[in-house]
Design a protein around this ligand. Structure first.
Ligand code: GAL
Length: 379
């Protein structure tokens, strides 16, 4: 009798719907959290910490203002990756100061959290656009917390690498340049391509810092962390080593795929090689994904083409890359995570999770209506 009473009480306290029910991934379907509401953590990233997974992402609203940050960065936790508990808002936008860098109504995209074992701090980076300025600011934001769930405290926002040249700077970058130049390329929307190297956008932004829009973080096995961001009017990716405390860019960075207009970068490691997934630059509209490989982060990167195969592979299965998650306890288990955006109602944006398969050194993504972690071998 006692046990039944206890069960009833815990059911009332913690809600019966909290029992784990998902046992598989169903890409593109609604993904209810522990309260039955579709997960609201878009453009997200997942941290594995002390046996649990934490999913941070953009809390989006519906309607026209849906892509401006009205709330902040959501956090969900999970033991098994299938079932997620809503842990609330990890970083809140600032409501009472419209001039604050993360004022309510700013654009705060693609948040990622990493743990710094030396400082024992959780560090969040995100792409920040200042309130009322469209996508012109192109800044990086940093927030910090002692606890994985937050609250995270805003530290600063800036354009990275001001006063530093990349390791692969070219002589023409060092020549004087007008500070008014702007690339005319606008991502597959009918504008004429302008090659960034002829404009020297890198040189234009040398003094005040490089533009940083779509971004990701990657922590290597030795604890060195990197910030990967779409720069130079989105034309060129930069990979920048972070300082030991993960709070700043170190000044050591490399330019990649100049003039390829890659967005949505997601970096990972497999068999001692470094990989990148990315997209073309077409806003919310899906396009064909890109992939690339290198022997070292600051080495030569080689494009490997579209990793997707089969139906809708030319549109990344109607989605755009967001993150690559290594699965704990499974051998070579990597999950490709992307967003199927719905700009008419961002709250209905769907998540595509697929296992990364390899054909020799090339990562391959095949559509699966449903799949589970059983596709990966145990360690
Ligand atoms: C996408 C980008 C998104 C968002 C969107 C705005 O290309 O990946 O994060 O910035 O453009 O149009």
């Amino acid at each position: 009798m006692r046990i039944i009473q206890l069960l009833v009480i815990s059911c009332i306290l913690f809600s019966c719907s909290e029992t784990n029910k998902n046992q598989a991934f169903t890409p593109g379907q609604l993904w209810p959290d522990n309260k039955g509401t579709h997960i609201n953590a878009h453009g997200g990233g997942i941290l594995h910490f002390q046996g649990k997974y934490y999913w941070f992402g953009e809390h989006k609203g519906s309607g026209e203002i849906g892509n401006t940050a009205q709330v902040g960065v959501s956090c969900y936790s999970s033991d098994d990756l299938y079932n997620w508990k809503n842990e609330g808002i990890a970083l809140k936008v600032v409501e009472n100061d419209s001039t604050h860098d993360i004022a309510k109504g700013c654009i705060l995209e693609r948040p990622k959290v990493i743990y710094n074992a030396k400082t024992r701090k959780f560090v969040m980076w995100f792409h920040l656009e200042l309130k009322g300025k469209g996508y012109d600011a192109a800044r990086s934001g940093v927030a910090i917390s002692d606890n994985v769930l937050g609250p995270y405290t805003f530290v600063k926002s800036f354009r990275p690498e001001s006063g530093f040249w990349p390791v692969n700077v070219q002589p023409y970058h060092l020549k004087p340049v007008s500070d008014t130049i702007k690339s005319t390329y606008c991502g597959g929307k009918g504008c004429l391509p302008a090659h960034p190297d002829s404009l020297n956008i890198l040189g234009r932004d040398f003094k005040n810092g490089q533009m940083a829009r779509d971004m990701n973080l990657f922590v290597d096995d030795d604890g060195t962390a990197y910030h990967i961001y779409a720069s130079e009017e989105n034309s060129t990716l930069h990979i920048s080593q972070l300082t030991n405390d993960y709070l700043s860019n170190s000044g050591k960075y490399i330019r990649l795929f100049s003039g390829r207009y890659m967005e949505a970068p997601a970096m990972f490691k497999h068999n001692d090689k470094y990989y990148l997934f990315a997209s073309d630059c077409t806003g919310w509209a899906p396009n064909a994904a890109r992939s690339a490989i290198a022997d070292s982060v600051f080495g030569n990167w080689t494009e490997l083409g579209n990793p997707c195969i089969g139906k809708d592979s030319a549109l990344t299965f109607y989605s755009q890359s967001t993150f690559v998650l290594p699965v704990a306890g499974k051998k070579d288990a990597l999950i490709f995570i992307s967003d199927r955006w719905n700009p008419k109602d961002h709250t209905d944006g769907r998540y595509i999770w697929l296992p990364i398969l390899f054909e020799k050194e090339k990562p391959v993504l095949k559509w699966m209506d449903t799949w589970s972690l059983d596709v990966f071998a145990n360690e």
